[in-house]
Design a protein around this ligand. Sequence first.
Ligand code: 5GP
Ligand code: MG
Length: 177
Amino acid sequence: MSSEPEVKVLLSRQEIAATVNKMAADISRDYRDRNPLLIGILKGSFIFLSDLVRQLDFPLEIDFVAISSYGRGRTTPGELKVLHRLKSPIKGRHVVVVEDIVDTGLSLAFLMGYLGKRKPASLKLCVFADKPSRRRVPVTIDYPGVTVPDKFIVGYGLDWDEKYRNLPDLSYIEPIR
Ligand code: 5GP
Ligand code: MG
């Protein structure tokens, strides 16, 4: 018997590439002459952001933030903290937040509020995977990728206990029985 969970593919690397190409085309159309600042949320977005920016052939800048995660239960966005701060001022910039997955929405509700207070010229959200079934606060995804079922997603940057981020396909793990 193995203590490792079973990993199943949800979206192949080819399907991922097609999704990223489509998202990149939408972002290119809107940001070609705006020198946008793309802000990736660590750590999960690092592979998606890397794929995305290599499909964008116009001037842009990249920065990262990290936010604390919350435990189970009665957390509100107000209890989250920014752990790794931006190196670039965002006042007057066209900002696109790049995230791996939205689940409850609490992290992004908090982060979009935090960034919005710093007076960017515009602030939009690009999310690779949307898991709408567990949403607790509304989140507007301006550049959506794919919708995923209520499973624990791993791969393509997403981890289970820091493992599986390197899986090239978007996958999910079955609970250990
Ligand atoms: P939220 O619940 O605030 O929308 O999501 C917070 C964070 O939890 C996401 O940015 C992501 O890092 C993590 N998360 C949410 N759902 C999943 C999932 O299915 N798999 C993994 N690996 N992380 C997830
Ligand atoms: Mg995340």
